[in-house]
Design a protein. Sequence first.
Length: 254
Amino acid sequence: MAHEIVARDVDIEVGGSMPMTAYLARPSEGGSRPAVLVCSELWGVTEEVRDVVRRVAALGFVAIAPNLYHRSGPETAAGLEESDANREHAFELLGQLTREDVEADLRACTAYVRDHADATGGTGVLGFSLGGHIAYFAASRLDLAAAAIFYPGWLPVAGTALSRPEPLLEATDGIADRDVRMLLFFAELDHVIDADQRGRIDQALTKAGVRHETVVYPGAQHAFFFPGRGVYDEAAAEDSWTRVRTLFGSELGE
């Protein structure tokens, strides 16, 4: 059953920095609900990401997407339109992130939904592309029950500020220590994540003893999940969303 939802922008205090904007949605009928952190693509908290937040809330969860670029100024709150010029700017913003700041932002989101949105019980994380990279990081640092990760770039290689001093894949033991159940989605024809990287990610998770499943969609390309793009793959998007719903339903409950 899909829930009627309410959604709004919120401001969250994070350790003395300027308030972090975030987009929050939850079922309108009230009551305690598990929480899901939604981690954005390179473009930030765009309308596409907000739609995902609302979809997660319609499943019965408190969902929140933080603007992790907030320290670079309030103009980042609405995300960036996808363009070559904005891609360069987005990588500049990405380069300013640190592990400590991102962890603080995600923890602040979790605390906010518990204090202000009746979130209780287990917490999950959902991320796309760069957001998948951040979700993997979150699973290694936060007390999460489940993580659903779409085509996460740069895990076994240096590529973002979060990849330093070592690639995030080396944090996999932290995921095992927290017993986070992982579900990872990949595209066969991904120009960012090739078969070798997919294999290294799976091997690291297996070696660490992480409960996980990896799904590779034949013929799909990077960013296959979002409608309206040339690379959208309806079958892969629908199947992956069914699996996300099952994961969060089993690990977080409703």
